[in-house]
Design a protein around this ligand. Structure first.
Ligand code: FES
Ligand SMILES: [Fe+2]
Length: 343
């Protein structure tokens, strides 16, 4: 199934920009194949609305701010923070505003350095509570936010898929000579799924600098969790007590594009140099995933008989079930009989 075929996915919050990048200049972001204009109003509050002027359809994102209002670039109508038109320059002052002269506004939140938007009036869940980011012992590091030509579910599926490490990442953190995985149990709680797995990893010189470890091999435990259908959390725990918590979010731009965002939390108060090192390692790894993922079909199979699975695929198998159930709940389930792997 494609993103557009699962309306329930619209009922969540998604990051669309870094908070520090949103100014009083109206800017377009895209969500579910829809243009959304975001801006910071006169009080510093982030606002969002459908990027469409109800007068003649111009894009507000081509407009500007005046006296705390967004000015439409076509005929200059001015809209306040609540989306209502407060001024039509062609009419005398004090004229009544047409009741329909109002932007379709959306809810926004500024959290964890990100601007989150939901298109829904009644989101199924709040913005995911990312516990480490509420804890002063952890440092938040934003690593990347970029548009990938890949379906959002594929991006999260990849995050949940540990068995690809030895191959996709064979030139970075993976070891192609040791692809076997130890036992792990997948747990399911509603739409959340999780598992923990421990394995022995080589500690390269770069990894030593990154983690503070001095040994050549170490046992690393990974706790991976699907927090929301398009939000992943992974905790990498090292023997020296270090925790490297990885968050990945996949904001659906449209069926074929995703705003991929990755940020981490660390409990070792990393200095600027270390933060740069981590970011550069993680960017390399994500580029390897991106190259692979951009070659996959946008159609995401949801019936478990469509693909071939092994016991190494339990986490991603469960993910297909979560997505299928979400589609069913919204009454939009499309059987894979029409699935086209080449689409
Ligand atoms: S289209 Fe926006 S003011 Fe006319
Ligand atoms: Fe990967």
């Amino acid at each position: 199934m494609r993103v557009s075929e699962i309306p329930a996915l619209r009922d969540y919050w998604y990051p669309v920009a870094y908070s520090q990048d949103v100014t009083d200049k109206p800017t377009q972001v895209r969500l579910f194949d829809q243009g959304v204009v975001i801006w910071r109003d006169g009080d510093g509050v982030i606002r969002a609305a459908l990027d469409y002027c109800p007068h003649r359809g111009a894009r507000l994102s081509q407009g500007w701010m005046h006296d705390g209002c967004v000015v439409c670039p076509y005929h200059g109508w001015e809209y306040g923070s609540d989306g209502r038109c407060v001024r039509i320059p062609q009419l005398p002052n004090q004229s009544a505003m047409p009741p329909k002269a109002k932007l379709a506004t959306y809810r926004t939140e500024d959290r964890y350095g990100l601007i989150w938007v939901t298109l829904s009036d009644a989101p199924r869940e709040d913005i995911p509570l990312l516990s480490e980011l509420e804890d002063p012992d952890y440092t938040l590091i934003h690593e990347l936010m970029e548009t990938w030509s890949v379906c959002a579910m594929r991006t999260v599926d990849n995050a949940l898929d540990v068995s690809h490490l030895s191959f996709v990442h064979r030139n970075s953190v993976g070891d192609a000579s040791r692809p076997e995985m130890s036992e792990y149990q997948v747990e399911r709680d509603g739409n959340r799924i999780s598992f923990s797995i421990s394995y022995t990893a080589q500690v390269t010189e770069e990894m030593k600098r990154n983690t503070g470890l001095t040994v050549d091999t170490t046992t690393r435990t990974t706790h991976a969790e699907l927090v929301q259908p398009l939000v992943f959390r992974g905790v990498l725990e090292y023997e020296n007590g270090l925790k490297h918590v990885l968050y990945k979010t996949a904001t659906p731009i449209d069926d074929d594009h995703t705003l991929f965002c990755q940020f981490i939390a660390r409990n070792d108060a990393p200095d600027e140099d270390k933060q740069q090192l981590m970011t550069s390692i993680d960017r390399t790894i994500q580029n390897e995933d991106r190259t692979l993922l951009e070659g996959l079909p946008a159609d995401f199979p949801v019936e478990i008989t469509t693909e071939v699975h092994t016991k190494a695929d339990r986490m991603t198998l469960e993910y297909r079930k979560v997505i299928a159930e979400l589609a069913r709940e919204g009454g939009s389930f499309r059987p894979d009989s029409t699935w086209d792997p080449l689409a």
